[in-house]
Ligand binder design. Structure first.
Ligand SMILES: C[S@@+](CC[C@H](N)C(=O)[O-])C[C@H]1O[C@@H](n2cnc3c(N)ncnc32)[C@H](O)[C@@H]1O
Length: 158
């Protein structure tokens, strides 16, 4: 179930900008680095991690950040009752088209979705992440380079 490490500095810088003043959710806390970056500017951050060892590490990292709520468990269960959010950083636990369908109702109209960890230059067709975020009529979305070798999608719910 556990996958991926911490977000890279360029993505954390992007998140810090996009989170400003917003009610934020993060899917996949890992060690808390993304949540800590967003907490610098966000109104509040709800972050969910399924791996208990990572939750403990994140709890130490995020201790003292009054606007962060760290939850242990599966985002599918824990985030819908707290929605809608103004920004969702979708950074773990999305594997199927059904997962992306479940992501959309978490986001308020005008709210943002950020998905990183993409390899640039790949076609949309046949890529489930790009198809789910770049081809939906109810999202306006763009793929951007975060470094020369990494990309992210930023989408807004129409
Ligand atoms: C790429 S890491 C997250 C990095 C973190 N967002 C950051 O910015 O540093 C992905 C995390 O998602 C977690 N994860 C996977 N499936 C999940 C689920 N269904 N619910 C919550 N967390 C999940 C994994 O355990 C992993 O720690």
């Amino acid at each position: 179930m556990t996958d991926g490490g911490s977000s890279i500095p360029a993505v954390r810088a992007l998140l810090r900008v996009l989170a400003a003043g917003r009610r934020v959710a993060e899917i996949g806390t890992a060690f808390g680095e993304g949540a800590a970056a967003m907490a610098e500017t966000a109104r509040d951050v709800v972050t969910v991690e399924i791996d208990p060892e990572r939750v403990e590490a994140a709890r130490a990292r995020l201790a003292g950040l009054a606007n962060v709520e760290l939850l242990e468990g599966d985002w599918h269960e824990l985030l819908p009752p707290r929605a809608p959010f103004d920004l969702v950083f979708a950074d773990g636990g999305l594997r199927s088209p059904e997962d992306y369908a479940a992501l959309l109702p978490l986001v308020a109209p005008g709210g943002l979705i950020v998905k990183d960890d993409l390899t640039p230059g790949r076609p949309v067709e046949g890529d489930p992440v790009r198809e789910a975020l770049l081809r939906r009529p109810d999202l306006a979305a763009v793929e951007i380079l975060t470094t020369p070798g990494t990309a992210a999608i930023v989408a807004t719910r129409l």
